[in-house]
Design a protein around this ligand. Structure first.
Ligand code: RB5
Length: 142
């Protein structure tokens, strides 16, 4: 399983720790994010991650910015991307179980690093529940 990660300056510290965490668990990780605290614009890194996911170069994505909103707004412009924001482990589970998010977005400035790992664990391991949730996903496209 290959996971792509992208982050702006607000998510750089958590990204570095999370890349190591995921590699230690055996995941391949591709880094699309910035590696310095210098300010960047989140679309610069969100669009390449979306393109890679849609091209099958990565299997899932994780994105972090200050609130999560910039990343989610960018990513969800791409048909086929379902980017959902999670701010605690239960929402991390639900964003997979109910929303089948193929990109997990987290608000780096509003959660602790231990919460990041707990959210990612829930999202990676939760099964999509299908059924009424698939019907709702199918109805998203207007
Ligand atoms: C950067 O200051 C901040 O605007 C960005 O990380 C994100 O929160 C935008 O949605």
């Amino acid at each position: 399983m290959t996971i792509g990660i992208c982050n702006d300056h607000a998510g750089v510290d958590y990204k570095n720790s999370l890349v190591q965490y995921l590699r230690n668990k055996g995941y391949e990780v591709v880094n699309f994010g910035t590696d310095t605290p210098d300010s960047i614009d989140y679309p610069e890194v969100a669009h390449p991650l979306a393109d890679a996911l849609l091209a099958g170069k990565i299997d899932l994505g994780i994105a972090m910015c200050g609130t999560g909103n910039g990343m989610a707004l960018c990513l969800n412009h791409h048909k086929g991307i379902r980017a959902g924001i999670a701010w605690n482990p239960e929402v991390g589970r639900l964003v997979k179980a109910h929303n089948k998010a193929n990109v997990l977005v987290m608000p780096a400035r509003f959660i602790s690093y231990p919460e990041v790992e707990a959210i990612v664990d829930q999202w990676l391991t939760a099964p999509f529940e299908g059924g009424r949730h698939q019907r709702r996903i199918d109805a998203i496209e207007p």
